[in-house]
Write a protein that binds this ligand. Structure first.
Ligand code: HSE
Length: 322
């Protein structure tokens, strides 16, 4: 493929772990970020939307940095870039905002120089940067990803999400950096807890592959990270205990949190009650939160065609309202 003057990509948000699949399972969600990248004489940034207000607008910018890694890897030089970004993905809330920046930056930069790197190579680079494959894998490949990481290479299988699955996220009004949520985890776990998680993670993958949604409630339980992170997220323990009584198929902390994520049958009659219960539980603990109904995104990151026919801002308006 040939080089391009400019590239626009759309990259989905993601949830990680899905309960027991700590650092292993991820799912793409239909909430997106958009990036435009073009070679320039001087590096400039155009960052739009509330979710990007804390994002660096200089060469420390994550998208700029990962783009330079792609150029180094491909042996080409594109030192100055004009980067435009807009994101609907809540920043540092457990919905894969940093993974979306890494994947969006890698994919846009690779497309700009004629796509010399394979998706598999970009997956390894992204996992090395993020430290675990679950969010970046989902944003790259879409659907549900189960992946391993040996420090150099990620192996994965992509699973098509069951059609009946809808996703409710309750997003608390505070940020929780992943580093802080990982600091509270123990370095060692018991054999019983390892068995608890391996068995549920395996069951969850099999249940998702075979459409056995009835197994999700017990398969989504976790002993590796959620119990330790509960102190950081007021209301989480109660929500984990009660959500299935209000119609959730299963419930988990989304990634490192603080967002809570319920998997729901889209024909479930208790959807409104479930949403109110989760929001009220957070509120009673003094945490304002907002909720969103989402769908799994079958598609991962994509290059959008026709990048010159309208401005970036016009394109975003069209995409967000679509
Ligand atoms: N698997 C990661 C964690 C996701 O739970 O820490 C957050 O980036």
């Amino acid at each position: 493929m040939s080089r391009r003057d400019a590239v626009r990509v759309r990259v989905p948000a993601s949830t990680a772990n899905l309960g027991p699949g700590f650092d292993t399972l991820g799912m793409a969600l239909d909430l997106y970020a958009w990036i435009e990248m073009r070679a320039a004489d001087t590096t400039t940034f155009h960052l739009y939307g509330d979710e990007l207000k804390d994002v660096a607008a200089d060469k420390k910018n994550l998208v700029y940095k990962v783009a330079q890694m792609v150029f180094d890897e491909a042996g080409v030089s594109v030192p100055e870039l004009e980067i435009s970004m807009y994101s609907d993905i809540p920043f540092t809330r457990g919905l894969g905002s940093s993974a979306s920046a890494i994947i969006g930056g890698l994919y846009a930069a690779n497309a700009l120089i004629g796509s010399p790197l394979t998706k598999e190579r970009m997956f390894d680079m992204a996992t090395s940067l993020e430290g675990h494959p679950d969010n970046v894998g989902a944003s790259l490949f879409g659907g549900i990803i189960t992946a391993t990481w040996d420090g150099i290479h990620a192996d994965y299988v992509r699973i098509e999400p069951p059609q009946q699955l809808e996703v409710l996220v309750v997003i608390p009004d505070f940020q929780l950096p992943t580093s802080k949520a990982r600091d509270v985890l123990p370095q060692h776990i018991s054999l019983q807890d390892a068995i608890f998680n391996i068995s549920r993670s395996s069951l969850l993958v099999a249940a998702l592959l075979s459409g056995r949604l009835d197994l999700i409630a017990s398969a989504m339980r976790d002993r590796l990270h959620q119990p330790y992170r509960a102190s950081l997220i007021p209301g989480m323990e109660q929500i984990l205990e009660e959500a299935t009584e209000f119609g959730a198929l299963g419930i988990a902390l989304s990634g490192a949190g603080p967002t809570m994520l319920a998997l729901v049958d889209r024909d479930e009659s208790l959807k409104g009650q479930l949403e109110r219960h989760l929001l009220n539980t957070m509120k009673q603990k003094g945490v304002p939160a907002k909720s969103l109904w989402l769908n799994p995104s079958s598609e991962g990151v994509v290059v959008l065609s026709d990048s010159e026919s309208c401005s970036f801002v016009e394109m975003i308006k069209g995409e967000v309202n679509a």
